[in-house]
Write a protein that binds this ligand. Structure first.
Ligand SMILES: [Zn+2]
Length: 266
């Protein structure tokens, strides 16, 4: 990740005659928020998104608190608010199959401005997206995961479920009963660990399923259990190993128990 940042910096330095490469070059709206633990959050935005950036600065303490369970930030984070989808797309993984509102790496969050996109109640959407992505950043930093998590054995339902669950309100959560109706007979295993095609075609359902799965795990041992999982991952255990150690059952067992709850036997 660090490497790609250095490369990106070079590209930007060499291309200052273009206008599409970087927010920081064409519209240098930059503010810093210093956190008590010595970490700085740098917010960059297009000038058209000054209002969105100022709302984010106001909301940031609350969003940091909402995600605080998942570990302290140990390194500076940059949050870029993009006024256009093309600017946003320049910063996210091009091979991601689904629709995206935000993108997180170890040290960065990119969001497409919900206000510029004409989203109603854009402040709520901004909060949701930033909480989702901030959850990812805290997770990546806590387990010291510099590579794309999809290159590890950490499942979609855990990484995305944590972010979905954290960004949801109590009222917006569903359970296996709700999913039984919504899933319409789709194999639960396919939703829990979706292929790119499934992410593309059943994005909402896959993310909702991940949120339910994460909530189930959280109900077993609370945030303590999740933190133990993260501790194991940061010490080099695989997800499969640490899951079995912390919850005293295999991932296969827990998946089967979830399948039973939506009427699927596997
Ligand atoms: Zn996510």
């Amino acid at each position: 990740m660090t490497k790609s940042f250095i490369l990106l910096g070079l590209v930007l330095a060499l291309s200052n005659c273009t206008t599409t490469q970087s927010i920081s070059l064409n519209t240098p709206q930059v503010t810093h928020v210093d956190l008590p633990d010595g970490v700085t959050i740098r917010i960059e935005n297009n000038i058209s998104e000054n209002l969105v950036a100022s709302v984010l600065r106001q909301d940031l303490p609350r969003l940091l608190e909402q995600t605080g369970h998942w570990g302290a930030l140990s390194e500076d984070v940059i949050i870029r608010i993009h006024g256009s989808s093309s600017g946003f797309r320049d910063h996210v993984k091009q091979d991601h199959p689904g629709h995206l509102d935000g993108w997180a790496t170890y040290r960065s969050i990119d969001v497409q401005s919900p206000r510029a996109a004409g989203v109603e109640r854009w402040r709520d959407r901004l909060r949701q997206v930033v909480v989702h992505e901030l959850t990812h950043v805290r997770f990546f930093q806590t387990v010291r995961l510099h590579v794309d998590w999809r290159q590890t054995d950490i499942p979609f339902w855990f990484v995305e479920g944590m972010a979905v669950y954290t960004a949801q309100t109590e009222q917006s959560r569903t359970d296996w009963r709700g999913l039984r109706r919504a899933s319409n007979g789709l194999d639960l295993r396919l939703l829990l660990d979706p292929t790119p095609i499934v992410v593309q075609q059943q994005s909402r359902l896959a993310y909702t399923t991940a949120g339910v799965a994460f909530g189930e795990i959280l109900a077993l041992k609370g945030t303590k259990g999740i933190r133990e999982i993260m501790g194991g991952l940061s010490n080099g255990e695989t997800f499969t190993e640490v899951f079995r150690r912390v919850y005293d059952r295999s991932i296969g067992d827990i998946l089967r128990s979830w399948g039973a709850q939506i009427g699927q036997d596997f």
